[in-house]
Design a protein. Structure first.
Length: 419
């Protein structure tokens, strides 16, 4: 007797990805009270949560020199600070005590999961030396919450985001004073929390071992390229992210495949790719940064427009989120703030009508970077860089507000002081 087919209800099935993420978070939460390997007869093992209070310290005895201001690499190798933080995880025991130790190589087996199946995620944020002498992070809670989302999306372990934030602060408490000296106000250093799958077994499966590490490095300022940022729209045969994919998560697989087109664009004199999506050519991101335009509608209303987050196509950038919040607070009377889908044809038409006023990219690396040109299918869309050639008034207003918070000119909850 053959089983009868399930009746067709016409109702959509639940998303496998969303359901898997919910189950993973629930499972890891359960592990905090004891780990079960799926065998009900097995005795539960103690499962340890990531705990910043257990951080151990092994300080370097080979302190390196701080490079001159503006130098971020030596012979193509990024300059990092003296120390890093690591914490190992296993499915059986959970998180080991994190360790602050000298910066140096990681030991991985050639069969490590990350090397074969891209089980990796990361975050990017900066520490800032304020003009008041204090050292600050900018909204680290947002980065840590997003890293939790990314780690679960790529089948890596979960963790309390507040514990990751404490570890980042601990690293800066040790290395910040030296590598962001008080005599360099207005400078910053880049922080890169990363998690990788380390299980040394070939096979397409979620890794049972992982490593969290946090490093701090120098990065060049990229928010004021000479003449503004020049964008080349993406080719028809290449897509950076797609609905139903993982463009909303900060995983390495989002970036590597895009480098070929980016390299070609740079060889033609452009700084980044403006990534378009779908048959209509929806504007999504400029490189790995969120993309904004300021224009007047055909009815004459001034708008600042950026792509929405509702379809999980683009990254929920911390700078993006901050720009939108500050714009609504400080520019709401003069500019309508809009998050919606819009096409490159709308941008081209606004330029043809004389309605395109400004454009900028927003992200941790590029900060708030004015865009001066978009090249699309043989046509150059030239965008005003303002009277001083440094960006339009809306761009500069938002950039200035963010800088004031980051460097201590404005007392704000987003600026977290390193004690």
């Amino acid at each position: 007797m053959t089983p009868s087919a399930a009746p067709v209800t016409g109702e959509p099935e639940p998303s496998l990805t969303s359901a898997a993420i919910e189950h993973k978070l629930a499972e890891d939460h359960h592990h905090g009270n004891g780990f079960s390997n799926g065998n009900s007869s097995a005795l539960p093992l103690e499962y340890h949560e990531l705990d910043a209070s257990k951080l151990t310290y092994s300080l370097t005895d080979r302190s390196r020199d701080v490079p001159p201001l503006g130098v971020s690499d030596i012979n193509g190798e990024t300059i990092c600070t003296d120390h890093m933080i690591t914490a190992a995880w296993s499915a059986k025991g959970g998180w080991e005590a994190p360790e602050l130790k000298p910066y140096g190589p990681l030991a991985l087996m050639p069969t490590a999961s990350v090397l074969h199946y891209a089980t990796e995620c990361f975050e990017g944020l900066k520490a800032y030396r304020g003009f008041d002498g204090k050292l600050r992070l900018f909204r680290p809670d947002c980065n840590c919450a997003r890293m939790l989302m990314s780690s679960v999306r790529i089948s890596l372990p979960s963790f309390p985001p507040e514990e990751l934030e404490k570890l980042i602060l601990a690293l800066m408490a040790i290395d910040g004073a030296k590598w962001l000296p008080r005599d360099r106000p207005g400078s910053f250093i880049y922080l890169r929390p990363t998690m990788i799958g380390t299980q040394s077994a070939l096979g397409v499966q979620a890794p049972s071992k992982a490593l969290l590490y946090i490093i701090a490095s120098y990065m060049p300022s990229m928010d004021a390229p000479n003449g503004g940022l020049r964008l080349h729209t993406s080719p028809d045969d290449m897509v950076r992210a797609w609905v139903g994919g993982f463009g909303y998560a900060k995983v390495g697989a989002n970036y590597g495949p895009s480098l070929l087109a980016t390299q070609e664009a740079r060889s033609r004199g452009f700084g980044q790719i403006l990534w378009l999506y779908g048959e209509k050519g929806l504007c999504t991101e400029a490189g790995a940064s969120n993309f904004f335009v300021v224009w007047k509608t055909p009815e004459g209303k001034m708008q600042m427009v950026t792509a929405p987050l509702d379809d999980r196509l683009i990254l929920d950038g911390v700078t993006r989120r901050s720009v939108l919040s500050l714009a609504r607070e400080h520019l709401g009377d003069e500019v309508e703030i809009v998050e919606r889908k819009y096409t490159i044809d709308e941008v081209v038409q606004a330029d043809a009508d004389g309605r395109l006023l400004e454009s900028f990219a927003a992200g941790t690396a590029y900060f708030v970077c004015p865009i001066s040109l978009i090249h699309h299918r043989g046509r150059d869309v030239r965008i005003s860089m303002g009277k001083a050639g440094e960006g339009g008034p809306i761009t500069l207003k938002l950039k200035g507000l963010l800088k004031d918070i980051m460097y201590g000119n404005m007392d704000h909850a987003w600026g977290v002081v390193v004690q």
